[in-house]
Design a protein around this ligand. Structure first.
Ligand code: BG6
Ligand code: MG
Length: 218
C-alpha cells in the first residue's frame, strides 16, 4: 500500500457496528406495524438496515393493505420513533458491541482519526446513552444529510469533517446499503455483522472483536 491510500481515518456506522440498537429498531417498527395490522418480520427488518426512517416506512408499507396519506405516514414514523426513543432510553455502555472499544483505543494509539457516519437522527442521544459523546473526532448523522445510504453523502461529510480524502478513509458497516455507500464514495470498507457476507466489501469480519485491524491498517 502506498502512502497515498494509507488509512488515516475510520468512519463507523453506529447502529449494529458500535452499539446494538438493531433490536430496538425492530421492536419499535414491529409495535407500530402490529397496531396498523401490517405484516412485518425480521426478514423485512433486514432491508431497513442503514436506510432512513421514512425510507424504512416505505419498505414496511409495501405490505400494507390500504393506502396512507402523507400526514398519516409522518404520524406513523413519529410514532415508531417515540417507541424507539423509549427503548434506547435504557441503553448503557453494556450495549457497546464486542471489540468496538478496543478498536477505538487502538486507532487512537496509532493516531488514526475516528468518526461516526450514521443515517440515524437519534445519533446524539445514543452516543450520550453509551457514554461515547466525546469519543469521536467528527460525527456525521441523519440530521446533517439529505440522502441516506446507499448514497455516499454521510460518509463524504464525515471525511470532510475529518479533513481527509475518501481514499484515506475506511468505513465500518453492518448494512449492505452502507457498503454500497462507502464504495460509491471512493472509500474502502470493512463489513461486519450482516455485511460480513457482502462480497463487495473490501474486508470482512464477523464483528469488530474478530477484525484484524492491524493488518487492515497496513
Ligand atoms: C440507521 C439504521 O442507522 O438509522 C436504520 O440502520 C434506521 O434502520 C436509520 O432506519 C434511521 O434511524 P432514526 O434513528 O433516524 O430513525
Ligand atoms: Mg448499521
Amino acid at each position: 500500500m502506498t502512502m497515498n491510500n494509507q488509512i488515516l481515518g475510520v468512519i463507523f456506522d453506529l447502529d449494529g457496528v458500535i452499539v446494538s440498537t438493531d433490536n430496538c429498531h425492530y421492536l419499535a417498527w414491529k409495535r407500530m406495524a402490529d397496531e396498523e395490522g401490517i405484516e412485518f418480520d425480521r426478514t423485512v427488518n433486514e432491508r431497513l438496515r442503514g436506510v432512513s426512517r421514512m425510507e424504512s416506512l416505505a419498505i414496511i408499507l409495501e405490505r400494507a393493505t390500504k393506502a396512507y396519506t402523507e400526514d398519516e405516514k409522518q404520524e406513523m414514523a413519529a410514532r415508531k420513533n417515540a417507541y424507539y426513543v423509549e427503548l434506547i432510553g435504557s441503553l448503557t455502555a453494556d450495549d457497546i458491541l464486542p471489540g468496538a472499544m478496543n478498536v477505538l483505543t487502538l486507532l487512537k494509539e496509532k493516531g488514526v482519526k475516528v468518526a461516526i457516519g450514521s443515517s440515524s437522527r437519534n445519533t446524539p442521544i445514543i452516543l450520550k446513552q453509551i457514554g461515547l459523546s466525546d469519543a469521536f473526532d467528527a460525527v456525521a448523522d441523519g440530521n446533517a444529510i439529505k440522502n441516506s445510504k446507499p448514497d455516499p453523502e454521510v460518509f463524504l461529510l464525515a471525511a470532510k469533517l475529518l479533513n481527509l480524502s475518501p481514499a484515506n478513509c475506511l468505513v465500518v458497516e453492518d448494512a449492505d446499503a452502507g457498503i454500497e455507500a462507502a464504495l460509491a464514495g471512493g472509500m474502502r470498507c470493512l463489513g461486519v455483522g450482516s455485511a460480513s457476507q457482502n462480497p463487495s466489501a473490501t474486508f470482512t469480519a464477523a464483528d469488530l472483536a474478530k477484525a484484524d485491524m492491524q493488518s487492515i491498517l497496513g
